[in-house]
Design a protein around this ligand. Structure first.
Ligand SMILES: C[S@@+](CC[C@H](N)C(=O)[O-])C[C@H]1O[C@@H](n2cnc3c(N)ncnc32)[C@H](O)[C@@H]1O
Length: 158
C-alpha cells in the first residue's frame, strides 16, 4: 500500500475518541479523571483487537483535528524565565503534523469498543492507531523530565 506522494501522506481514521471534554481538556491524561473515556473503533477493526487485553496500557495515537498551524517554532510558554522551547521539545498540539500521543490504561474491551482511563483529547477526536505499551520495551528507568522540572509541576494540569 503506497499512500505517500512526495510531501503528503494519506492516513486512515480508524475510529473516534469519546471523552467528556468539549472545549477544554487537561494537558496530559489524568488517569482517574471523572467521566467515561472510550475508543470506538470502526467495526471492521474488531479483529485487530485480539489479545490487546493481555496488556494493561496502550499508546493511543490520534489526530488533533482542532489544532492550529504553528506560528512559531520556538515557544515562550510555559517557562517562567522567558527561555524559549523548541516546538519539538514540547507537547504542544499545534505542530506541523498534529498527532497526539497518550498512554492510557485499558479498563475493558467489548467488541470494537475500548474503555480506557482518562485521556487528554476532546470528544470526537479522530483515532489513528493503538499500540500496546510493553514494559520490557518501553519503560526507561533512566528517563528524565527535561525542562519540565523547571516549572514545578504546573505543566501537567491546565
Ligand atoms: C498538550 S496536548 C498533548 C496531547 C498528547 N498527550 C501528546 O502529548 O501528544 C493536549 C491538549 O491538546 C488539546 N486538544 C485535545 N484534543 C484536541 C483536538 N482534537 N484538536 C486540537 N487540540 C486538542 C487540548 O487543549 C489538550 O489540553
Amino acid at each position: 500500500m503506497n499512500t505517500s506522494n512526495q510531501n503528503y501522506i494519506i492516513l486512515n481514521k480508524i475510529g473516534i475518541i469519546q471523552t467528556p471534554y468539549t472545549d477544554k481538556a487537561p494537558r496530559q491524561p489524568i488517569a482517574n479523571a471523572d467521566g467515561t473515556f472510550v475508543l470506538i473503533l470502526n467495526a471492521e477493526y474488531s479483529k485487530a483487537l485480539k489479545q490487546l487485553d493481555s496488556f494493561k496500557y496502550i499508546y493511543v495515537i490520534y489526530y488533533l483535528d482542532k489544532a492550529l498551524w504553528p506560528n512559531e517554532l520556538e515557544l515562550s510558554k510555559p517557562l517562567k524565565n522567558q527561555q524559549k522551547i523548541g516546538l519539538f521539545a514540547s507537547r504542544s498540539p499545534n505542530r506541523p503534523n498534529p498527532f497526539g500521543l497518550s498512554v492510557v490504561k485499558i479498563k475493558k474491551i467489548e467488541k470494537n469498543i475500548i474503555y480506557i482511563s482518562g485521556i487528554d483529547a476532546f470528544n470526537g477526536t479522530p483515532l489513528l492507531d493503538i499500540k500496546p505499551y510493553i514494559k520490557k520495551l518501553d519503560a526507561k528507568p533512566d528517563a528524565n523530565n527535561g525542562w519540565i522540572d523547571e516549572i514545578e509541576g504546573k505543566y501537567f494540569i491546565k
